[in-house]
Design a protein around this ligand. Structure first.
Ligand SMILES: NC(=O)c1ccc[n+]([C@@H]2O[C@H](COP(=O)([O-])OP(=O)(O)OC[C@H]3O[C@@H](n4cnc5c(N)ncnc54)[C@H](OP(=O)(O)O)[C@@H]3O)[C@@H](O)[C@H]2O)c1
Length: 347
């Protein structure tokens, strides 16, 4: 067992608006020692996710990020010390290990489920290693973001074949998978993304029918042109201005999955919301998506996604940063929309 030091990133101060790297501090602490029933895990990959800014501002359902405490986040790693009968040294695990190199964790207790599975301080073993799929995929396409995409697209509001299905943050961790699932179900998928480069990727690599840059001055007109028969389904990752533009193009009985409101995460006070009147006028259905409700079907999603990956019907992309010290800057990039794919720190 490593008796050296453990490096961790703490939240240093309250965040105003967008986060900056100075809001965090890298510290060195003595290596944690696992107690009875606990394991020491060397984290290999750390997931950075938009909800972390909500947590920093005390607004996320998974809990608040506390000052001077290690930032929370999902990790994939390997057991390097074990006082647990089930977890042998060398076991590859996924856990909420935090922004740190080593974590002390417990095995997921029998009977635990739902939100605890994803947000508790528990280690869960990964499926057998697959030479074609890096373990970091369990933080993205085969993990919480992938499950979120599948829940919203295939469970809550599956599109009809030929339907016009629009997804925002279309090249991101959730959006890229949601769009490809809709495409695989036969929909005509139109992405909304924040750069020309992202839009090219959405069409050429992800197989979307079209992609519109929301930073273009004539974004509403471009979206209308890309969706000539209006929008039957919308998977919303952003809210605010983009949602407002999409609502003006709804087809009759359109279905909207509200997945995320990233535009609001940086705001200190509530932003004036979009007019939801078209939802009523067009008899649209709008529903909230919480990934925690679908945890029981994670294995089913992983099986389907793995098959699609092997068949090249599902692609994912990672925006990697190297070393824990790079985590704050990578998080800032994510929250500024500069990430391109699932943000992962290689520790
Ligand atoms: N409901 C649930 O259970 C659940 C679970 C997981 C994630 N989510 C939500 O799903 C959304 C996507 O998450 P993700 O992990 O897949 O992130 P991501 O899409 O990989 O990264 C965030 C993206 O949001 C876009 N964006 C648009 N407006 C933005 C703004 N004002 N500020 C910053 N970014 C903006 C950017 O893409 P463009 O440049 O292309 O616009 C950016 O790259 C988030 O809102 C997240 O909170 C919800």
């Amino acid at each position: 067992m490593n008796r050296g030091m453990n490096r961790a990133v703490l939240l240093r101060r309250a965040v105003q608006g967008l986060p900056s790297a100075e809001d965090f501090v890298l510290t060195e602490r003595p290596m944690p020692v696992p107690g009875p029933g606990e394991v020491l895990v060397r984290n290999s990959f750390l997931s950075l996710d938009p909800y972390m800014l909500s947590a920093i501002k005390g607004r996320h359902m998974s809990g608040a990020a506390d000052l001077d405490q290690t930032m929370q986040g999902d990790t994939v790693g390997t057991v390097v010390g074990s006082n647990d009968a089930v977890f042998a040294i060398g076991t590859r695990v996924i856990a909420r290990g935090g922004w740190q190199e080593f974590s002390v964790l417990r095995a997921l207790p029998a009977g635990a489920g739902g939100i605890d599975t994803l947000t508790g301080p528990y280690a869960r073993p990964l499926p057998p290693a697959d030479p074609d799929i890096a373990d970091s995929a369990y933080l993205g396409v085969l993990g919480m973001p992938g499950l979120t995409a599948w829940a919203g697209t295939a469970i809550l509001a599956p599109p009809e074949p030929g339907a016009c299905f629009v997804v925002s943050a279309a090249t991101g961790a959730v959006g890229s998978i949601a769009g490809q699932i809709a495409r695989n179900l036969g929909a005509r998928v139109v992405g909304i993304a924040g750069s020309a480069e992202k839009c090219v990727y959405a069409v050429e690599a992800l197989g979307f029918a079209a992609c519109v840059n929301h930073r273009a001055g004539d974004f509403p007109e471009q979206l209308a042109a890309a969706c000539p028969n209006r929008i039957d389904g919308y998977f919303d990752n952003v809210g605010g201005r983009i949602l407002d533009v999409v609502l003006q193009r709804l087809a009759l009985r359109a279905r909207i999955v509200l997945c995320g409101m990233i535009e609001q995460y940086q705001a200190e006070t509530r932003l004036p919301g979009p007019s939801l009147a078209p939802v009523i006028g067009r008899r649209a259905h709008m529903m909230g998506l919480v990934v925690y409700d679908h945890v029981a079907r994670l294995a089913e999603w992983q099986q389907l996604a793995s098959q699609w990956i092997r068949e090249d019907r599902l692609r994912w992309r990672e925006d990697r940063a190297e070393t824990l010290a790079a985590a704050p800057a990578a998080f800032v990039r994510l929250m500024q929309g500069q990430n391109f794919g699932k943000t992962v720190v290689v520790l």
